[in-house]
Design a protein around this ligand. Structure first.
Ligand code: HEM
Length: 213
């Protein structure tokens, strides 16, 4: 019997959810160059709240026997997001942004995983492996569409990670090395599906906010 590595099962079982996130209208328009600079800024602002929560939980996981293997300062995104918002909105950016309803629910859920290492890893995987995958392509497109140099898209630049592909490969090996029960693996997969759903619904919120503006 061939045993499918967990990282492969995780990817396969969540790939249709990935497709729903990837195909959201808000994202498609941004990538096709049909979105405005304001649309892009609105997305960066939501990232601020998501990574603020994720990286706060990550700090608490620094000594966790399982999750600590995944936590790395090379991934930390919040300072880059803050610098991007400073560049995009100027001084006082913090008072100009607030979480959309889905972002608030997403953030609340991430915070709940502070007591569940598998859930935290699910959210960590969904964001950072995405940022190191499609995110790299998205960053280059935003750079081109809006004429940014690096300011404004620092979020997409992992300057301490020379090879995203090699990093992702190691990350998958670490996922495969965790001694989770079959039940825990199922719970982690379900949490990744949930994380994708938050991302898809966030794009819907961003479209709705845009339509209402
Ligand atoms: C337009 C938007 C997107 C595009 C074009 C895109 C594209 C891609 C591509 C091409 C890969 C495969 C990379 C590889 O095999 O190494 C990938 C992987 C991934 N993406 Fe996306 N993506 C998008 C949006 C998202 C979103 C919104 C999320 C979640 C927040 C996400 C999370 C992931 C994850 C976790 C992986 C790694 C899957 C794995 O190999 O285990 N992506 N993406």
């Amino acid at each position: 019997m061939t045993v499918v590595p967990f990282s492969q099962a995780l990817r396969e079982r969540t790939w249709s959810s990935h497709g729903a996130s990837e195909g959201a209208g808000f994202m498609t328009e941004l990538m096709q160059g049909k979105g405005t600079r304001n649309d892009y800024v609105a997305l960066v602002a939501q990232h601020y709240f998501i990574y603020e929560a994720l990286e706060a939980v990550a700090r608490g996981m620094a000594d966790d026997p399982i999750a600590s293997a995944f936590v790395s300062p090379k991934l930390t995104r919040l300072p880059a997001i803050e610098a991007d918002l400073d560049f995009l909105l100027g001084d006082g950016w913090r008072a100009q942004i607030s979480p959309l309803p889905t972002t608030q629910r997403y953030v609340d859920r991430i915070k709940e995983t502070a007591t569940w290492n598998g859930g935290f890893i699910a959210h960590h995987y969904t964001r950072y492996l995405g940022d190191l995958s499609g995110g790299q392509h998205i960053g280059r497109l935003m750079q081109r569409h809006f004429g940014f140099d690096t300011n404004g898209i620092l979020f997409y630049i992992f300057d301490e990670i020379a090879s995203p592909d090699a990093f992702k490969e190691t990350y998958r090996e670490q996922l495969d090395a965790v001694d989770w029960s079959a039940e825990e693996r199922e719970r982690v997969i379900d949490e990744v599906v949930l994380a994708y759903r938050f991302n898809t619904e966030l794009f819907d919120d961003l479209s709705a906010a845009k339509a209402a503006a």
